[in-house]
Design a protein around this ligand. Structure first.
Ligand SMILES: [Zn+2]
Length: 416
């Protein structure tokens, strides 16, 4: 009888095991190589040769029977991103609301004025706007400069256009006194639009507005240098947030506890000046030191530069000093150029710790077009008529140069 010794049996079994393993690994690798199938299907396709079983075998250590402990996997960082954008002053003079009037007392419709920019306003994940003229509504009597009161329907158009939050701390916030703020806030509430900077009560004031997109939380604060000499009642300081260092520092600190990113809207600067003034420059540094991540300025009615302010914690604050007018009846050429300022916010979570990075600041210019104080339209620069382009583009190029003075990498969406 032909028999194997015990040793021969073991060697034979090991050989079979090694053979089976190497064939199996080769088969698996050829399945994982997507080119291997294409190479067969497409004549002439020069795919990289699949590794042969023998090459695999020599590259890999021989399998052992001792189970190896599974290493603890290093968690991959989780990265999320949000584009935050803002538009400047929405300042509704009487010719603008007359132009929006519907026949037969049917109210107002401002949406046609926004129709050409609506698509680009929908694009960012978050969009804020400065509601410069309070939307107290017709019941309080509509009015224009110097004491503004605008139709509620301005709010509808902003909502329809993609605005996610409005700021109300500005020099016209008290134009209709407390009733104006109460009526405007009630309407914003009714259409589900968060507002900040002016409030109906202390409790309303103390509730910092938060919005979350793609797992990144944003807190919004808003302050104004003043209220055109109309006093905010001493017993109701919550009505309008004014630029007061202690309050701002305190609220930024509180906002930082609540959100990944603190956005501060500042109504500041000198009207009709493209140059930032000393007050803005110094305040921007203090806001940054207190922890503001993004500062968005309005009030000058014209565009002003963007700037990075370095922070002690190694982060940097983005400052858009002024976004100009978005919609108004002001008529100086510089007051007709507005636009959308934007920044990408990236949150990286690694080992439970989150870091925030701001990148790719950009600006899309728009033109506030009208003729004889009628037919108001906000027009993207890329869609200007040849006549408007010839009239405005020289001025725009000088504005653009000023805007990027402190930030050469600022991108502009003004040419195809
Ligand atoms: Zn203003």
């Amino acid at each position: 009888m032909f028999t194997f010794t015990k040793m021969e049996k073991i060697v034979g079994l090991l050989l079979i095991v090694i053979l089976l393993l190497s064939v199996g690994i080769g088969f698996e690798l050829s399945r994982l190589n997507p080119d291997s199938e294409l190479a067969e299907a497409l004549p002439g396709h020069s795919a990289a040769p699949s590794p042969t079983p023998s090459a695999v075998q020599s590259a890999r250590p021989a399998p052992t029977l001792t189970p190896t402990p599974t290493p603890t996997p290093t968690p991959a960082p989780v990265v999320s991103q949000v584009t935050l954008a803002a538009i400047g002053d929405v300042l509704i003079h009487n010719s603008v609301y007359r132009d929006a009037m519907l026949p037969n007392g049917g109210g107002y419709d401002f949406t046609p004025m926004f129709s050409q920019v609506r698509d680009m306003l929908q694009r960012p994940d978050l969009l804020m706007a400065n509601s410069e003229s309070i939307i107290g509504g017709s019941e309080l009597g509509l009015s224009s400069y110097p004491l503004f009161n605008s139709p509620h329907e301005v709010g509808d158009a902003l909502k329809d256009s993609g605005v996610d939050l409005v700021t109300m701390a500005n020099n016209h916030a008290m134009d209709m006194r407390e009733p104006g703020i109460l009526a405007a806030a009630a309407y914003w509430d009714r259409i589900g639009m968060p507002y900040t900077g002016a409030f109906v009560s202390q409790e309303d004031h103390d509730r910092i507005r938060l919005l979350v997109r793609n797992d990144i939380s944003f807190a919004f604060l808003s302050y104004t240098y003043g209220t055109n000499g109309i006093p905010v009642p001493a017993n109701k300081p919550y009505l309008v947030n004014r630029t007061q260092d202690a309050a701002m520092e305190n609220e930024i600190a509180r906002a930082k506890q609540l959100a990944d990113v603190v956005v501060v809207a500042m109504h500041w600067g000198s009207e009709d000046q493209m140059a930032t003034n000393a007050n803005q420059i110094e305040l921007a540094r203090r806001l940054s030191a207190w922890g503001a991540d993004i500062v968005i300025g309005t009030h000058p009615h014209v565009l002003q530069p963007f700037e990075w302010v370095e922070r002690e914690d190694g982060m940097r604050t983005l400052v858009m000093y002024s976004l100009g007018n978005f919609l108004s009846a002001q008529d100086q050429p510089l007051e007709l150029i507005g636009g959308i300022g934007q920044i990408e916010v990236v949150k990286t979570v690694k080992n439970g710790a989150a870091t925030i990075t701001l990148q790719n600041p950009a600006f899309t210019p728009t033109y506030n077009r009208y003729e004889n104080f009628r037919n108001y339209r906000i027009v993207p620069w890329l869609e200007l008529s040849p006549g408007d382009y010839d009239k405005m583009n020289g001025l725009w190029l000088s504005v653009k140069a000023r805007m990027m003075e402190k930030m050469p990498e600022l991108r502009f969406f003004d040419a195809s």
